[in-house]
Design a protein around this ligand. Sequence first.
Ligand SMILES: CC(C)(COP(=O)(O)OP(=O)(O)OC[C@H]1O[C@@H](n2cnc3c(N)ncnc32)[C@H](O)[C@@H]1OP(=O)(O)O)[C@@H](O)C(=O)NCCC(=O)NCCS
Length: 151
Amino acid sequence: MQKKVIVKEATFDDVVKVNKTILEFDTSYNKEYFKERCGDKKRLIIVSYLQVHIKELPIGYIVAYDRFGKGSFYCWMAAVDPKYRGKGALKAMIKYLETWAKKKGYRQLRIKTRNRRREMLNYLVKYGYNFVDVIKKEDILENRILLQKEI
Ligand SMILES: CC(C)(COP(=O)(O)OP(=O)(O)OC[C@H]1O[C@@H](n2cnc3c(N)ncnc32)[C@H](O)[C@@H]1OP(=O)(O)O)[C@@H](O)C(=O)NCCC(=O)NCCS
């Protein structure tokens, strides 16, 4: 059976659905939570789907918005359903995000992650992001790490 990951712009409803599968995050986040955080800033909501025959199963999401201004676009939340990890969904979504942001005139992508998020850190180091800042927390695994890539 041929399975393909595709990426589309989506709604907060789709994001909330996928977020219920992400056990590393709070699975009770609702639409208002995501909406409020983005405010009236320019935003991009993307969902990745696993295409099986004519069905499209939502498996991952990214919520990104213009948080810092000055030509940078910020990837706030990124996650993939644990059952479908390692199939390139994150790579496909960030590729979409980078292309979209560049087309809109942004020059940098920024992402904040934590020491605990090793898969994400691996991705960011492997695919050209640079470390910009570290916000220390009591638990070193919770340190917030800001990374940035020129696009
Ligand atoms: C991080 C996360 C989104 C990766 O999603 P994914 O769809 O499995 O990732 P992909 O298959 O697209 O892999 C992308 C890259 O991530 C890294 N990666 C993914 N899984 C990995 C693993 N188990 N071990 C090491 N590196 C890993 C690799 O660099 C990989 O690129 P490569 O295959 O060319 O080496 C997913 O693990 C997740 O949702 N984790 C929990 C939530 C989270 O940590 N979000 C990030 C918060 S900022």
